[in-house]
Design a protein around this ligand. Structure first.
Ligand code: SAM
Length: 369
């Protein structure tokens, strides 16, 4: 079924609207920019556009999207909630997702994306205002693939934009395209959150006992998560690792730049991560120098590519082609909700490749003093 629609809403990181515009100028050149606020961009589609409810938006920067059905404004949340349902018309709804647009760049001013009390309160009011409801709809849970989702974006507390989409891939199943990340412990750095989301989104088949290497591992939030999940970790970074990470026998630190490390150190690495604060081409050079080596059999990659200048958005397809040229068949990119001005690239050599378990912990353990 295709849905005739005039407007689409997209959610992106606060401040990444220009990246989204650059990207859509190439992917969806007929779409016209309409109402926009930081983190929330709507598009007017050409007359007679018919998009399947589960169409693929093919975007790195759109966290999630939906068909825009209107907005409600006013001071009383009860009134706003009652005015949502007439906008939804006869569309089916299995699930309600309500969220606030990002107030700041993630990691700035104490802000992290995710559920807020205000959004939850609005969701309850919307659910309870549903006329002739035969069941209480689930609120802000991960929808199932195929579920019809009523979206409500609190662009401001008194300005709610209403949309509708059918959940397909994982990010379209999460409220606002943000997974709920729960942490068991005090996190060492935000890289913990980034990697938790990257693993959830990429679904790379990493398993307990696998050996991962990370270029740019200090201070160690990502290592902390990998160690919690039972993996062995080789951290490569000239900077100091957190003591708690160094004390873990499943962790080894090579205190050097990636280019200074002998390739043989990576011979048993299954998963290669990179999170160095350098230009994207520098990260790709460092990774290529490792994975291009005949004796190295890395199965998958999770790379953070810094995008310090949004003009680099136009280079992203070339970055992904470069990763493919190393023999990785499945390559995708996304600006994760917990990323800052950067994107995550995941790559897998071969989905059917059999898992190869390393026989033990990394051979070297160099504890810096
Ligand atoms: C954003 S931090 C990494 C955070 C880390 N992933 C964590 O889990 O806490 C970037 C790191 O990249 C490191 N770095 C920069 N250039 C590097 C290179 N050529 N090789 C290895 N590490 C590098 C820096 O020393 C810095 O510690």
């Amino acid at each position: 079924m295709s849905v005739p629609s005039q407007y689409l809403f997209t959610i992106c990181q606060h401040g990444a609207e220009d990246a989204l515009k650059l990207e859509f100028a190439k992917t969806w050149p007929d779409w016209r920019l309409s109402y926009s606020r930081p983190g929330f961009v709507t598009w007017k589609l050409p007359e007679d556009t018919k998009l399947a409810p589960d169409f693929d938006i093919r975007s790195v920067f759109a966290r999630t999207h939906g068909f825009s059905v209107g907005k409600v404004t006013g001071e009383l949340a009860n009134d706003l909630a009652a005015r949502v349902w007439p906008l939804v018309e006869a569309r089916p709804v299995d699930h309600i997702h309500v969220w606030q647009r990002d107030e700041h760049v993630p990691g700035s001013k104490g802000f992290e994306p995710g559920p807020t009390d205000l959004a939850y309160e609005a969701a309850v009011l919307i659910r309870d205002a549903q006329p002739a409801a035969d069941r209480r709809l689930p609120i802000n849970r991960t929808a199932r693939s195929g579920d019809a989702v009523l979206d409500c974006v609190l662009v401001e507390p008194n300005e709610w934009w209403i949309g509708w989409h059918r959940a397909t891939n994982l990010p379209t199943r999460w409220p606002g395209g943000v997974p709920l990340i729960e942490t068991e412990s005090q996190i060492i750095s935000r890289a913990y959150l980034k990697l938790a989301e990257a693993l959830r989104w990429s679904q790379l088949p990493m398993a307990k006992g696998d050996l991962c290497a990370e270029i740019g591992s200090a201070p160690g939030g990502a290592s902390q998560l990998l160690l919690e999940r039972g993996m062995y970790v080789l951290g490569v970074d000239p900077a100091e690792m957190d003591e708690q990470i160094l004390a873990n026998p499943a962790f080894a630190h090579i205190r050097a730049r990636a280019s200074e490390v002998k390739r043989s150190e990576f011979s048993r690495v299954r998963w290669l991560l990179a999170d160095a604060n350098v230009a994207p081409t520098h990260t790709l050079d460092s990774v290529e120098a490792i994975v291009a080596h005949d004796d190295i059999h890395v199965r998958g990659l999770l790379l953070t590519l810094k995008i310090p200048d949004w003009e680099l958005v136009n280079q992203i397809p070339a970055y992904l082609d470069r990763v493919r040229s190393w023999g990785f068949k499945y390559v995708r990119a996304r600006q994760l909700a917990f990323n800052r001005q950067e994107i995550c690239v995941c790559a897998l050599k071969n989905r059917s490749m059999r898992r190869f378990k390393p026989k033990g912990p990394p051979r070297r353990r160099r504890k810096e003093t």
